[in-house]
Design a protein around this ligand. Structure first.
Ligand SMILES: [Zn+2]
Length: 474
């Protein structure tokens, strides 16, 4: 990665040129040479990487999907095929190119860049987790991505921060960890609810007078609602940074109002979008201005999820990433399964004036665009939309949905726990009315206890809570 001061101000055509150079270098000098999976794939499909002159030629190359990386039964080492081999002895000798200009010696790759540092995993909410190998080179890039995200968020060493992302071998927790240590701010790495528990996290936030809380959106909502119950104050809280889980703008709005209601000093909410397979997360400078990506690290394409066709700026589509400057696990045209509702833009950010490409809108999961069996045929059901509606409600604290099948017709069973002081009967009635109007499928709504719902969704048990249970095939 290069200097952020330069990259963040680079005009779009210069960024495009830089990405063309990085892409051809990555394809010819890394993937075609020491990437076991792509080297084989190129050979089998008669692909000559030298024919790829830049980003506009990318659509000549195939996509990579999660199922390509996941180890099939009996071949546990399969994901290793996506890891760059350490350069061989003969590659390391200086290349004999005669007199090089300006006396700069052309040397081969440095094996230290390829040496193993750690394995982090994808969250695995919907499929088997995928191991992503980081080398020391990637660790430096993770730190740089973290520093850039903090710059976009305008976080400084004066901001005491409570990191309540769940402790796990994943990019979310560790990028945040390295960001805080890199910047030298006072930070408590709580490990999230799973490690420290809500009461201790809130106590730390209060006693450390921390202005910044970093956590998943559902946990942030629960934290603000239970603050009073535990007897702690949010008087010093200025900002919440949400990430990991579905974070639509409606969640930002809801949390912002909640911060105001509990007497927080300020009510700013920021979003981050982490892609484990991109080995980094990107931040928004302000809600709705898009996730500011790192064009010298990861190339982002937006494609039609059905046809795979590359879409134009601002068009809703699936986020596809290509590694431009990584070692360890390296991915080409990897389909994330995430839909960016506002696509991508290369226009200068009107808020912070940075020029890097921004991923716009909300991030939805492709897998939550479901198809239900109705009486008269298939009925589309966007569970992302259900999540959004439930987050927007002031009267819902926790909830989950079951998708069941009876008499070959599917139905939804929604179980909720209302916020403290809510008239449960009124809540159920209002909820049934609103959901019936939105979703054209049979659905029931019922209430349950805090413990029962929290247990079911795995609050403080998983990286983030599990709220959609498709029981049709079980
Ligand atoms: Zn901006």
């Amino acid at each position: 990665m290069q200097a952020w001061s330069k990259i963040s101000k680079m005009p779009a055509p210069a960024i495009k040129k830089l990405q063309d150079e990085l892409l051809t270098k990555m394809l010819n000098e890394e993937m075609a040479v020491r990437h076991p999976y792509y080297r084989e794939l190129f050979k089998e499909n008669n692909i000559n990487t030298a024919d790829i002159k830049g980003v506009e030629d990318l659509n000549k190359l195939p996509f990579t999907e999660k199922k390509d990386i996941i180890a099939p039964d009996g071949d546990l080492l399969h994901p290793k095929k996506f890891v760059l081999e350490v350069p061989k002895e003969e590659d390391l000798k200086p290349k004999k190119k005669g007199f090089s200009l300006f006396g700069k010696k052309e040397t081969g790759p440095d094996p230290a860049d390829y040496s193993f540092f750690s394995l982090y995993f994808t969250a695995g909410r919907t499929a088997k987790p995928v191991p992503i190998e980081y080398t020391h080179y990637d660790l430096e890039n993770l730190k740089e991505a973290g520093a850039r995200a903090f710059d976009v968020l305008e976080l400084t060493r004066d901001d005491t921060l409570i990191n309540a992302f769940t402790y796990a071998p994943n990019a979310y927790f560790w990028q945040m960890f390295y960001s805080t240590t890199g910047i030298g701010s006072t930070a408590l790495q709580t490990g999230g609810g799973k490690v420290l528990g809500m009461e201790k996290i809130l106590k730390a936030m209060d006693s450390m007078e921390a202005p910044v809380l970093v956590t998943a959106p559902g946990y942030a909502r629960l934290a603000l609602h239970t603050l009073k119950h535990f007897g702690f104050s949010a008087a010093n809280l200025e900002r919440i940074v949400i990430g990991i889980d579905y974070s639509p703008l409606t969640a930002v709005d809801r949390l912002s109002k909640l911060m105001e209601a509990v007497g927080a000093k300020e009510n700013r909410v920021h979003r981050m979008y982490f892609v484990s397979e991109a080995k980094s997360g990107w931040a928004e400078c302000a809600p709705g201005f898009g996730y500011h990506t790192n064009p010298d690290h990861i190339l982002v394409e937006i494609v039609d999820p059905e046809s795979g066709e590359v879409l134009g700026e601002g068009e809703r589509g699936e986020v596809v990433i290509t590694h431009l400057d990584t070692r360890g696990t390296v991915l080409l045209r990897y389909r994330t399964g995430d839909i960016a509702t506002g696509g991508i833009t290369t226009e200068q950010c009107p808020n912070c004036k940075r020029t890097v490409p921004r991923i716009m809108g909300d991030i939805e999961r492709c897998l939550l665009h479901l198809e239900l069996q109705g009486k008269d045929g298939a009925v589309p059901f966007n569970a992302n939309r259900l999540r959004e509606m439930m987050f927007a409600r002031e009267d819902v604290l926790l909830w989950y949905v079951e998708i069941n099948r009876s008499n070959s017709e599917d139905n939804l069973r929604i179980v909720v726990k209302g916020t403290s002081g809510t008239d449960e009967d009124a809540l159920l009635k209002a909820l049934k009315h609103d959901l019936d109007a939105e979703f054209k499928v049979p659905l029931s709504v019922e209430s349950s206890t805090l413990d029962a719902v929290a247990n079911q969704i795995g609050m403080e048990k998983y990286i983030t809570e599990q709220i959609i249970f498709d029981k049709r095939n079980s």
